[in-house]
Write a protein that binds this ligand. Sequence first.
Ligand code: VG1
Ligand code: CO
Length: 586
Amino acid sequence: LKKTIVSTAPIDGQKPGTSGLRKKTKVFMGKNYLENFVQAAFDAIKESGTNVSEGSLLVGGDGRYFNPEAIQIIIKMAAANGVNRIWVGQDGLLSTPAVSATIRERGPVWQKAFGAFILTASHNPGGPEEDFGIKYNCENGGPAPDKLTEAIYKNTTNISSYNICSDFPAVDIAKAGTTTVKSADGSTEVSVEVISSTESHVNLLKSVFDFGLIKALLDRPDFSMVYDAMHGVNGPYVKRVFVEELGLSEDICMNCIPKEDFNGGHADPNLTYAKELVALMGLDRKGNKVDTGDRKIPSFGCAADGDGDRNMILGTKFFVSPSDSLAVIASYADEIPFFKAQGGLKGVARSMPTSGAVDRVAKDLNFDLFETPTGWKYFGNLMDSKALFGGKDYTPFICGEESFGTGSDHVREKDGLWAVLAWLSILASVNTDASKPLITVEDLVTKHWKKYGRNYYCRYDYEGVDKTKAVAMMDKMRAETASNTGKTVGKYKIATADDFTYVDPVDGSVAKKQGIRFLMEDGSRVIFRLSGTAGSGATIRMYIEQYEPEKTDSLAADALAGLIRVALDLCGMKEYIGTEEPTVIT
Ligand code: VG1
Ligand code: CO
């Protein structure tokens, strides 16, 4: 083993966004691009006090184009940066929640991991012409906090060389087993272990849920389901859980073979992109019921994104909005063994743009509730509050985002498979009497609305817009927050207009400029953000929410039409962007 120091120079734009660094694949494959970022990360990890030669480094990805090559580069660079033990997911595959579970579960016997590189651009399309991405997760299994990503970024701006052991042999990542390489003088030894992609995560999920209870639901003759992995990384996990563990036929697996370009699709589980599943469940892309004649529609449908951390939940001809999904799961959490065993759910968090549906459950059932900026990294400190800072313990804990992300403190990432199993557990717990008609997904959600009222909600995305114009639009609203406060727009009065700032209650760190909010006097909200995951160009997100205590059976589009008009006028979408027509509505 020979360490080579290769000279390099900073490359612009290596600042991680909401969830890691994402760029066009071609950019990542460009000279020194991946190497610079990985070296910057190793330096920042060491500067933060981690001794990388003591623990293990986990590496895996969502299987997109360039994943295997990137893994070999990271192995060679890890060896040259003093890492002695590297674990790689078999075939290079590890879903984002599985990375989190593996870091946490493969404990001292295996020389615990100090962190992981996840090679993913999540729901962004993959392939040579599409996106690639990389992010670093820490010892707790969660995404690097702002402090660390800023240190990584800073290192990318003044990097002058990187370390690599070019003579490290290519590792066969298709085969489980360990490759060990010694340095010429015998002083160091580096081992690369190819591990099961699914084992740690599936074992963990088996301890969180009652698989026997879920199986009883799945075995009911009046129950049927389908899981669409959208050719992302989740396929092998779906098969392992539903076919091998729960005994269902492979027919329930839709698009469960991982593909490096997600079969040309957009592996994002929503009504627009999960077209095939949505049609199968008897819905149109707006979530309206479609006439399907006498075709039998499954009782339950679900989908995952490229890296398996997102989920979409559907019932027969029924779409569950992610914000409602979070609220329903929180209200039934204590039916799930993981929560029951720990004395019941204690804390709930949602990202700021996520609807306030869960707030009503928290108030009713007396949980602590937190409102954090967009992105999973802000949930971690809350989950670790006791362990890290000797503070109040908010766990067991559930959190979620409007962007089809839901999870709990069993790991430190959102977990698509967990959300699906949570829904199945809840359905199982209300359907234990097989002689009674099935209580459906739609029954559960409408019952929830009757009890708590309904937070009508939608998000408009304007993808691929001109960045300068998008920034100008945001700047204008930011400049006018004071003058907009108190103004009347249509039938709404703006109680507060501001730019969301988050102060972390655990360590006091501050995150500014997290979204322009118009909080109306009647509790309705309009929010604007620029996406932090776009690989190129800019994406504007417009979030609309209106609460109705009683009239809960309207179509969301109808209930929100008035507020959407007000929102488009408030931001001047037409004037800045040239159109009011979004590319995606969720
Ligand atoms: C989006 C979502 C956000 C989510 C993030 C990562 O970020 O809005 O809620 O946490 O993607 O999800 P942004 O900055 O584009 O709005 V994933 O599945 O990409 O890891
Ligand atoms: Co994802």
